[in-house]
Write a protein that binds this ligand. Structure first.
Ligand code: SF4
Length: 314
């Protein structure tokens, strides 16, 4: 009995070592591929108290110890004043591991409750406010990089949501310049699978703060898409890896965006004329006129109108 328990804990230990190595490799590759961290960088690591941001900080710290370059890691958490937020959890943890930090206190919870209509999802406004506060903090305190804990599965979810509901082919980049140009945001977990992060956070017993304290309904569509991805992952192993590879292997000439690829010049001898192909839009564009019978009343010789253009048939 004792032997089998010892064997199991040995196996668990080995699995944890392998898992940590896999995560470190993923983070290392992402940092390298996107040149996320350089010598002298001051990195503001945003912690929410969830599994992703704890894992990100943990892996970044371990890479920092063996990195040939020097960079600073500083943790920050925004206490948004949700009822029941356990204020002591993050400070206790960060002190115990010796990471410098600051807890910013701003009551965005009340703002969101006041502004968003009852029954509507509050996450989008809440995240926007949080982002603004963290970006401003980074700028005023001289941090040149902001690290966020989004992982591979978040990126794929965003890709599908944008395709299904946003009409655009875009996801969440591993590195980006904020809209106001003041901050460089990095996502060191961009190559890491959520299920690895979940297992790692469990094994390391991070003091997770539940994310439903605000009482908000999670974004339903994101949840649906997340479930779909998890289901695919179970039924078709390797599919998510392939999908993520697709994000790194884009062929603009095989898509349809004329701003990304010059389709008009392909095989063309002169500049395209549009007047004979695309009639000017008018009110008739908005509705298709129903079939109009011909003068003889014969359906075979019907005349159709489409977007204001008369089309004879039969
Ligand atoms: S779950 Fe609550 S705290 Fe989290 S983003 Fe949504 S509204 Fe904000």
């Amino acid at each position: 009995m004792l032997d089998s328990t010892a064997a199991r804990s040995d196996k668990e230990r080995i699995n944890l070592i392998k898992l940590a190595k896999r995560l470190r490799r993923g983070v290392g590759e992402a940092i390298q591929d996107y040149n996320m961290i350089e010598h002298g960088d001051r990195v503001l690591v945003c912690l929410s108290g969830g599994k992703d941001s704890y894992t990100m900080l943990d892996i970044l710290r371990s890479l920092q110890q063996s990195a040939p370059v020097e960079f600073e890691l500083f943790a920050v958490n925004l206490d948004q004043k949700q009822p029941g937020f356990p204020e002591h959890v993050l400070p206790d943890y960060l002190r115990s591991i010796g990471v410098p930090f600051e807890i910013i206190e701003q009551d965005t919870y009340s703002v969101v409750q006041r502004v968003v209509a009852e029954g509507k999802t509050t996450c989008s406004l809440c995240s926007r406010l949080r982002r603004g506060i963290l970006y401003t903090y980074a700028h005023t305190h001289g941090f040149n990089k902001i690290a966020l804990g989004h992982h591979r599965d978040d990126i794929l979810e965003t890709l599908l949501l944008n395709m299904f509901f946003g009409g655009s082919l875009k996801a969440m980049p591993p590195k980006l310049l904020s809209d106001d140009g003041r901050n460089v945001v990095i996502r060191p977990l961009a190559y890491c699978k959520e299920k690895d992060i979940e297992r790692y956070a469990q094994a390391k017993a991070f003091p997770i703060i539940p994310c439903n304290l605000c009482g908000s309904q999670p974004n339903l569509q994101r949840q649906v898409v997340g479930d779909m991805l998890r289901d695919w992952d179970k039924r078709f192993p390797g599919r998510l890896e392939t999908m993520f590879s697709a994000l790194k292997n884009v062929a603009p000439s095989q898509l349809a965006d004329t701003a990304l690829f010059d389709f008009t010049s392909l095989g063309a001898s002169s500049a395209p004329r549009r007047d004979w192909l695309v009639p000017a839009r008018d009110a008739a564009d908005t509705a298709e006129v129903p079939e109009t019978p011909s003068a003889s009343g014969s359906a075979d010789a019907a005349v159709r109108y489409f977007r204001g253009v008369r089309i004879a048939q039969g």
